[in-house]
Design a binder for this molecule. Structure first.
Ligand code: FAD
Length: 413
């Protein structure tokens, strides 16, 4: 039986970042990936905070060579009103830019880079079963594309299997998210009428109607990712019998994009995804840690997915190294509490977005520049900076600010 120090499940950003960090410490790491790369996955707008993780994984040089679209901010639009956050103005220290990436290419670059470092990556191979021994070591059953089974013994497992959620599914650790199920309808478009003023170097989020929004993510090759997100019922009442008909009807009904995207050529037939929010009881156990989407994925609105995936893997990778060295690791305090804190900040912002609280804040007249810088930090992914009141008091501060704006507007009227 093959023996490795660490088996990583999944070659997405969370799997490859963790693999790189453990490999750099001198351990034998193997990644098992179910699909052949390049493979499509959604999640194309990164946040500056993920650059720290990509840097520690030594991926930045390889990514820079790809010429991906640089991203400097996030813009929100509602009925002609604009709110534009430039990451350079953010309150917290740290990176003020990142990239917008077609993930098929990006994930392949990360996986190829970690393979060049010396990590073995096997594709079209699925983890089907795991048995843990009392000392935390394990035997994992994998199946290749021809249905041939083999086993790998590992001292530790990092589960970065994303929506596959391998360990939570195998060991009944899955828990329902407290967010209602939502759906996305999206495609890549050949965006010939792209505005070159404030795009393409940021993501644009358009409020279509309450609870329904659009992402516009331009790539450097002239392709733009355009997706609608809303509750399932919104799509049920959208006219059209095929995804493409619905997609084109939605484009035609939204003034911000109708002219630009009318008759736009699609790179692929619009796809749908739904009910993606999921979580799990525990982010770790004897002999394993869960990273990235396997721990919790909330909602795409603030592009937090890849950032939480890479930051969790960066942290988990370092803790796994300590564990392999025989040091004590308090997984609850040193991993789960920290990750949960960051996820909870985003959760407050996601809830405030769908409730309309953030609309009041984003599109208010006479905004306070310091508050803008503090909110901008959260939008850049700096959700662990407790110096920032918009991080520290995330559960209450947004509602209080929105209420103050509403009262001020009432008095002024
Ligand atoms: P993944 O990228 O999903 O990688 C996991 C890998 O594990 C896959 O390659 C899979 O094939 C493999 N795998 C699964 N099961 C097995 C198995 N049994 N054996 C072996 N391998 C396995 N995030 C952003 O940052 N920005 C965005 O703009 C954004 N937009 C989004 C829009 C929508 C509609 C949705 C639903 C999500 C969006 N996300 C976004 C989230 C983003 O998709 C994820 O957070 C991100 O891909 C997580 O990375 P990961 O490495 O954890 O998982």
């Amino acid at each position: 039986m093959e023996q490795v120090d660490v088996l990583v499940i999944g070659a997405g950003p969370s799997g490859t970042v963790a693999a790189s960090i453990v490999h750099q410490a001198g351990y034998k790491v193997k990644i098992v990936e179910k699909l052949q790369f390049p493979r499509f996955v959604i999640g194309e707008s990164l946040l500056p905070r993920c650059m720290e993780a990509l840097e520690e994984a030594k991926f930045l040089d390889a990514i820079k060579k790809q010429g991906y679209q640089e991203k400097y901010g996030a813009k929100f639009e509602k009925k002609g009103k604009i709110c534009d956050y430039a990451f350079a103005n953010k309150f917290s220290e740290g990176w003020s830019w990142t990239w917008q990436v077609p993930r098929a290419s990006f994930d392949k670059v990360l996986a190829d880079t970690v393979a060049e470092m010396g990590v073995e990556v096997v594709y079209e191979t699925t983890v089907t079963a795991i048995t843990f021994n009392t000392d935390g070591s394990s035997v994992t059953t994998i199946e290749d594309k021809n249905g041939v089974e083999s086993k790998i013994a590992a001292r530790f497992i990092i589960d970065g299997s994303g929506y596959g959620r391998v360990i939570p599914k195998l060991f009944n650790l899955e828990k329902q998210s407290n967010l209602p199920p939502r759906k996305a309808l999206f495609a890549h478009t050949v965006d010939k009428k792209r505005s070159m003023d404030d795009e393409p170097n940021r993501i644009t989020i358009v409020v279509h109607e309450k609870g329904v929004w659009i992402w516009i993510i331009p790539f450097s090759d002239g392709i733009t990712s355009l997706g609608y997100v809303g509750d399932v019922e919104f799509f049920e009442r959208t006219p059209g019998t095929t995804p493409e008909e619905q997609y084109r009807n939605l484009i035609a009904s939204q003034p911000y994009i109708a002219e630009r995207m009318k008759d736009v050529e699609l790179v692929f037939e619009p796809r749908t995804l739904q009910a993606w929010s999921a979580t799990t009881d525990k982010f770790y156990g004897d002999g394993f840690v869960l990273t990235g989407n396997v721990t919790e994925f909330l909602d795409p609105v603030f592009s937090s997915g890849v950032t939480l995936a890479t930051v969790s893997s960066q942290l988990a990778g370092k803790l796994v190294v300590r564990k392999l060295k025989g040091e004590a690791v308090d997984w609850n305090a040193e991993y789960m509490d920290i990750m949960t804190r960051g996820v909870d900040v985003f959760r407050s912002y996601v809830m405030a977005w769908y409730e309309g609280t953030l609309d009041t804040i984003f599109f208010a007249d006479n905004q306070d520049p310091l508050v803008n810088r503090q909110i901008c930090s959260v939008l850049a992914g700096y959700v662990w900076d407790l110096e920032n009141p918009y991080v520290k008091n995330h559960k209450t501060i947004l509602k209080k600010l929105a209420r103050t704006i509403e009262l001020r507007d009432m008095i002024e009227d």
